[in-house]
Design a binder for this molecule. Structure first.
Ligand code: HEM
Ligand code: HEM
Length: 196
């Protein structure tokens, strides 16, 4: 992996003296993120599960998920799925580095964040699959399918709480306002922080 600690790095656009401003999240990643978050929360917490709206929003979530995964194959580097594989060992090493004061900033998801992102997408995939199954002849009225649908939603909610907690923690640790980056696409990275 390359380290860009040089402010004149080609990836870094000039910002104020003390920060480097680096574009990371393209418009599609940002739009899908906020739309997916809204769709999941409205569908899981507000919509009537027996309504057409619930089903429609579920399919919207499916469309957003497929769009994001497809973009992960052809999109820019930070958005590429191959840039943030779900490797538990790498996540453990990252955790150890963080606990020992490492301030490295990642231009995609950090290895712990990557695990969480794949967990969120996987959980959502199971929710949507079981939701669709409930409407089929074969699985209509089958208890376990409904139970998995609901249990995975509870798991997804817990994951989202941890996800937001992780984002807040990592913003403080690294000095990079990560939520702002998910809004305008750019990470503002302290000039003295190593970049990976
Ligand atoms: C249902 C709610 C949410 C879900 C399902 C969700 C899911 C995700 C996913 C899948 C990603 C990866 C984005 C990608 O590569 O396409 C992500 C990244 C991110 N999310 Fe969320 N999110 C939710 C809520 C939030 C909220 C409320 C915030 C802000 C407080 C937030 C802040 C972020 C940030 C800053 C990143 C980028 C993290 C990084 O720099 O590595 N998310 N989220
Ligand atoms: C964003 C995706 C989805 C989320 C977050 C979600 C969430 C939920 C939750 C939390 C429940 C339990 C509600 C309760 O019992 O109080 C539920 C029930 C249900 N969902 Fe989903 N769901 C999603 C997608 C889908 C899809 C795509 C379908 C079908 C095409 C679907 C069909 C159903 C059905 C049939 C029920 C059971 C209704 C009943 O209680 O009889 N869901 N969903």
């Amino acid at each position: 992996m390359t380290r860009h600690s040089d402010p004149a790095s080609p990836k870094a656009a000039c910002g104020r003296d003390s920060v480097r401003i680096v574009p990371v999240w393209d418009p599609l990643v940002r739009a899908v993120h906020w739309l997916l978050a809204a769709t999941i929360l409205v569908n899981g917490l507000l919509s009537d599960p027996e309504s057409d709206l619930h089903e429609t929003l579920g399919y919207v979530a499916l469309g957003l998920l497929v769009l994001r995964l497809g973009w992960g194959l052809i999109g820019p580097r930070p958005a590429r799925l191959a840039s943030f594989p779900p490797y538990p060992l790498r996540a453990l090493h990252h955790l150890r580095a963080v606990l020992t004061g490492d301030r490295t900033v990642h231009l995609t998801h950090n290895p712990l964040g990557a695990l969480m992102v794949w967990n969120i997408w996987g959980s959502l995939g199971i929710i949507i699959a079981t939701g669709i199954m409930m409407g089929t002849r074969r699985f209509f009225g089958v208890d376990w399918v409904e139970e998995v649908h609901e249990a995975m939603f509870d798991w997804l909610l817990l994951s989202v709480v941890l996800h937001v907690g992780g984002v807040i923690f990592d913003s403080r640790r690294s000095g990079v306002p990560l939520v702002r980056a998910m809004i305008d696409g750019r990470k503002r990275i302290p000039a003295d922080a190593p970049i990976e």
